[in-house]
Design a protein around this ligand. Structure first.
Ligand SMILES: Cc1cc2nc3c(=O)[nH]c(=O)nc-3n(C[C@H](O)[C@H](O)[C@H](O)COP(=O)(O)OP(=O)(O)OC[C@H]3O[C@@H](n4cnc5c(N)ncnc54)[C@H](O)[C@@H]3O)c2cc1C
Length: 400
């Protein structure tokens, strides 16, 4: 039983560790062309957001713009509760933060790396890249960057979002979905908005012509908009935004706790209660002074009036601006804390009971090499852990 794993990132390492337990007598080789676990090291701002405290597979899958449907079955076999238990069994305790994200209690990604490196048999890790792989009877022959060839019975590909490897896989008849970035912030060319940089509030975001609505904290930056509400939208709309070359109309609801009628009613109340105040000096509850200033300037005909003189037309306009402000998006910026790629091996070509390719026998995939990605919060690593476990179990069963 000889098994090769290509790529010693989160998925590759976890697959090797699982195989070591399931098939202790097998020879497993984990190939890495650069630094093993490099992304784990920098993940979560150096703290590694290992998983998310969400233990119901049906709820968990809703955080995956791509792969949610396919991961439902695998999550019934290995989900965040199992991740927590796996690390606890090896002396690594995870803690949960208020928003559900889970980190090692040390707040150091090195804790995860040390755990993996201390658990894996040292002879498993091969510090050389893989230049090619070719079907060889029932197994696979791999060729290293140094031109050495070796034959294995099973091959697991965990190369993450490597474009070079993706191209090679496509040439070998593996069906691929083209890669586009996910998790990015929006450029909004509006200097008055940029002047509000640092302002944060709870909001609901939509993209015109798209079916998704995302909600959460929103952060105004000196180039546009960021924060969880925007990042979540960037993940859901990753492909659509790429097709539109990152030009879109963003619809922003800065008062999602109320419906339109309530917001309008609130403005009418302000007109009554603050009749003698200038428009700029009184606003509905839930709106900050800075945001109200921005809203009023967008429909500024009545900005210098007293509230008593405000027309119904202005009330309607401000209602619209507070609940459905249109902001033109033109471009994107990488979200440095956690960026992932949408695209990869087409999920329709994978058997999610084993992670084996339906196109090529004894070839398995796990992690970001697949067309699976999630919003921020530890879900991307959870997908890597789960698919690695399923692949290792699939391989183990294939030998029996
Ligand atoms: C800055 C940053 C922070 C992040 N933080 C988080 C977080 O806190 N929580 C979270 O859930 N997700 C986070 N993510 C996403 C997460 O890191 C990825 O989803 C995860 O690393 C995917 O794991 P993987 O093993 O599939 O791929 P990778 O981690 O990319 O590993 C693939 C490995 O394969 C190797 N490789 C590629 N080609 C070859 C070859 N030809 N031969 C041999 N080896 C090869 C690469 O060198 C690499 O080591 C973050 C991402 C980034 C960029």
């Amino acid at each position: 039983m000889r098994i090769a794993i290509v790529g010693a990132g989160a998925a590759g390492y976890f697959a090797a560790l699982q195989l070591q337990e399931l098939l202790p007598e097998a020879e497993v080789k984990l190939y890495e062309k650069a630094t093993p676990l490099a992304k784990v090291k920098v993940s979560g701002g150096g703290r590694c957001n290992v998983t998310h405290a969400c233990f119901d597979p049906a709820e968990l899958v809703q955080y995956y713009p791509r792969g949610g449907k396919e991961l439902l079955g695998p999550f019934h076999h290995f989900q965040p509760g199992d991740t927590i238990a796996w690390f606890a069994d090896r002396g690594v305790e995870l803690k949960v933060e208020e928003d559900g994200r889970m980190f090692p209690i040390t707040d150091k990604s090195q804790t995860i790396i040390d755990c993996f490196q201390n658990t894996l048999r040292p002879e498993t890790l091969m510090k050389v890249g893989i230049a090619d792989f070719v079907q060889d009877g029932e197994g696979w022959k791999i060729v290293t960057d140094q031109g050495e060839e070796e034959r294995f019975d099973r091959l697991v590909i965990t190369v993450g979002s490597s474009p070079k490897f993706a191209k090679m896989m496509e040439q070998k008849g593996i069906t691929m979905v083209s890669a586009v970035p996910s998790l990015f912030t929006f450029h909004i060319p509006d200097e008055t908005l940029h002047a509000l940089s640092g302002l944060a509030f709870h909001a609901e975001v939509e993209i015109e012509g798209a079916p998704w609505t995302t909600e959460g904290p929103m952060l105004i930056t000196h180039w546009g908009a960021s924060g969880p509400a925007v990042l979540k939208m960037s993940a859901w709309a990753a492909r659509l935004m790429a097709e539109r070359e990152y030009k879109a109309e963003m619809l922003l609801n800065s008062l999602p706790q109320w419906n339109r009628d309530t917001v309008k009613q609130q403005l009418i109340e302000v007109r009554k209660a603050s009749a003698k105040k200038q428009v700029i000096n009184a606003h509905p509850p839930g709106v900050t002074n800075r945001w109200w200033n921005f809203v009023v300037q967008k429909h500024n005909k009545e900005k210098d009036k007293l509230w008593a003189d405000v027309t119904n037309e202005a009330i309607d306009n401000w209602t619209e601006l507070l609940t459905q402000m249109r902001l033109p998006v033109n471009g994107k910026s990488t979200f440095k804390e956690e960026f992932v790629t949408a695209g990869g091996v087409d999920l329709r070509s994978i058997n999610f009971k084993t992670m084996e390719s339906k196109e090529q026998k004894h070839l398995y995939f796990a992690g970001e090499v697949l067309d699976i990605d999630a919003v921020t919060g530890g879900f991307n690593f959870q997908a890597a852990w789960t698919t690695a476990v399923i692949a290792a179990r699939g391989i183990s069963n294939s030998f029996s």
